[in-house]
Write a protein that binds this ligand. Structure first.
Ligand code: PGA
Length: 277
C-alpha cells in the first residue's frame, strides 16, 4: 500500500491562550491566509473550551476542523470543572487531544486514565489525537523506545483494532515541547515509524490471540504527527519525512503568520507529491 494515501495534518494546540475576541481574530487571520487555496493539508484548530463554539462557527464550510484539548472519560456526573465527550460532539467538536504531556505531568494523568479517555472519545465518535513521548531523563537513559511502546500499549488496552481508522497519533518528546529544542528530523521520523509499527504489532497480536486469523497491518493508514517546537523554519525538514504525517503545533499555532507558514510547508509537499495512479 502506498504511503501517499495518508494526508498531511497540521493541528494547532493553543493551550491556555486566547480570550474569545483574541480567538476570533486568530481564526479570521488563519482563514484569510488559507481561503480558496488548493492542496491544503488537513487543518485542526484546538482552542480552549471557551472558544470552541466560536471557532466552530467561524470555520463552518471551510474544511478546517476543531478539536478540544482534553475531556473527561465519563459522559456526565459529579465531576466539577470537567467536560465530557457528548458535550464536545454536541457543539460540533470532531477531535480531542488526549494524553498531552502537560496533562500527564501537571494534572496527574496516567496511562490508565488516558486509556479511559481514549475509549470514551472513540465511543462518541471523536477522533483522538493521542500524545506519547519520553522525558529528557528517559531519552538520556536510552529508554525512548520502551517508554513510547509502553505508553502506546497502555493507551490501547482493551480497544478494538477498528480504532486505528479513527485515531491520530502524535509523537511529542517532552523535552522538545515549548523549549525551542526540536527533535532532529531523522530521529522524529524513526520514532513515528516505531509508533506505527507498535500499534500494528499490538493489534496483530490481539487478533492472533483471539482467533488465530490472518494478520494484516492495521496501522498503515493511521496518521502519526510530530510535536515539539515545530516552527515554519523546521517544518519543511520534518514534514518531508516519510513517517511524519504532520505536526501538532503549540507556540507557533497561536501566531497566524507562523501557523500559516507551517501550513504552507505541508501544502508544498502535497503539491510536489506524485498524483496517485
Ligand atoms: P510547542 O508545543 O510547539 O510549543 O513545543 C507542542 C505541543 O505541546 O503540542
Amino acid at each position: 500500500m502506498s504511503k501517499t494515501t495518508r494526508k498531511k495534518i497540521i493541528a494547532g494546540n493553543w493551550k491556555m491562550n486566547k480570550t474569545r475576541p483574541e480567538a476570533r481574530q486568530l481564526v479570521e487571520a488563519i482563514l484569510a491566509g488559507t481561503g480558496g487555496r488548493q492542496h491544503l493539508p488537513v487543518v485542526i484548530l484546538c482552542p480552549p473550551f471557551t472558544s470552541l463554539a466560536d471557532t466552530i462557527d467561524a470555520v463552518r464550510d471551510t474544511g478546517i476542523q476543531v478539536g478540544a484539548q482534553n475531556m473527561h472519560d465519563k459522559t456526565a456526573g459529579a465531576f466539577t470543572g470537567e467536560i465530557s465527550a457528548p458535550m464536545l460532539t454536541d457543539i460540533g467538536v470532531t477531535h480531542v487531544i488526549i494524553g498531552h504531556s502537560e496533562r500527564r505531568q501537571l494534572f496527574g494523568e496516567t496511562n490508565s486514565s488516558v486509556n479511559l479517555k481514549l475509549k470514551s472519545a472513540l465511543a462518541h465518535k471523536l477522533t483522538p489525537i493521542l500524545c506519547v513521548g519520553e522525558t529528557l531523563d528517559e531519552r538520556d537513559a536510552n529508554l525512548t523506545d520502551s517508554v513510547v511502546r509502553r505508553q502506546v500499549a497502555a493507551a490501547l488496552h482493551d480497544i478494538d483494532k477498528s480504532a486505528t481508522d479513527h485515531l491520530i497519533m502524535a509523537y511529542e518528546p517532552v523535552w522538545a515541547i515549548g523549549t525551542g529544542k526540536v527533535c532532529e528530523a531523522d530521529e522524529a521520523d524513526r520514532v513515528c515509524k516505531l509508533i506505527r509499527a507498535t500499534i500494528s504489532g499490538f493489534f496483530q497480536n490481539q487478533e492472533a490471540n483471539q482467533s488465530g486469523s490472518q494478520r494484516h497491518n492495521c496501522g498503515d493508514n493511521m496518521p502519526v504527527l510530530y510535536g515539539g517546537s515545530v516552527t515554519h523554519e523546521n517544518a519543511p525538514q520534518l514534514l518531508a519525512k516519510p513517517d511524519i504525517d504532520g505536526a501538532l503545533v503549540g507556540g507557533a499555532s497561536i501566531v497566524a503568520e507562523k501557523f500559516l507558514g507551517i501550513i504552507d510547508s505541508a501544502q508544498r509537499l502535497v503539491q510536489l507529491a506524485p498524483s496517485p495512479v
